[in-house]
Design a protein around this ligand. Structure first.
Ligand SMILES: Nc1ncnc2c1ncn2[C@@H]1O[C@H](COP(=O)(O)OP(=O)(O)OP(=O)(O)O)[C@@H](O)[C@H]1O
Ligand SMILES: [Mg+2]
Length: 178
């Protein structure tokens, strides 16, 4: 359901690390003027990261602190949220959710290329194989607003951009005609 008070919609771009969220969000933000919220970066900059977890080789997130800090900007609308999990955000924040997907070989090469190895590499590849983030999105948001996007090539990047821009145009048309 669209949120009546928002001047522009909020879009969630999610998916396993390495599927291309930030690559898409950066271009989408340039094209549309919507604000790109790269959650990992925002969490770090606002001291929302707690102790380092040796097993998962990442920091534990203080979700309450992060969400409180984002509430105001999200209620205004016009944001593209970029994060590799999606079940922590309030359902009401988003008008549409895109889950980026890649095949194992592509993802493996991208993650090895950025220096991932061992358990971290395996966990991320498994996450994509078991479509964990897609399931998480379907469980957390109305299924009709959750869409998968294939994210392997520059051509797919371009078609994903176009698809989201068309959706955005439609959102503004519908909202103005209400
Ligand atoms: N459509 C695409 N075609 C070709 N390469 C791509 C595409 N999308 C992303 N890539 C490449 O894949 C790598 C990972 O992309 P990116 O950093 O955007 O992923 P991410 O989902 O934001 O990862 P993280 O969750 O770790 O932030 C980068 O090297 C990027 O250039
Ligand atoms: Mg990223």
């Amino acid at each position: 359901m669209q949120h009546p008070k928002r001047a522009a919609p909020n879009i969630l771009i999610t998916g396993t690390p390495g599927v291309g969220k930030s690559t898409l969000c950066e271009k989408l933000s340039e094209t549309t003027g919507l604000k790109w919220l790269e959650i990992s970066k925002i969490a770090k900059e606002n001291n929302c990261l707690e102790e380092y977890d040796e097993e998962y080789q990442c920091c534990v997130l203080d979700e309450d602190k992060l969400l409180d800090g984002l509430e105001e900007v999200m209620s205004c609308g016009g944001n593209i949220v970029d994060y590799h999990c999606c079940d922590l955000f309030p359902e009401r924040w988003f008008d549409i959710v895109f889950v980026l997907r890649t095949d194992n070989t592509t993802l493996y090469d991208r993650l090895v290329g950025r220096g991932y190895s061992g358990k971290k590499l395996e966990d991320n590849i498994q996450c994509e194989i078991f479509q964990t983030i897609l399931e998480e999105a379907r469980a957390s948001y109305a299924t009709e607003i959750v869409h998968e996007l294939s994210s392997h090539t520059p051509e797919e990047l371009e078609s994903n951009l176009q698809r989201i821009c068309l959706w955005l145009q439609q959102w503004f048309n519908d909202t103005n005609n209400q």
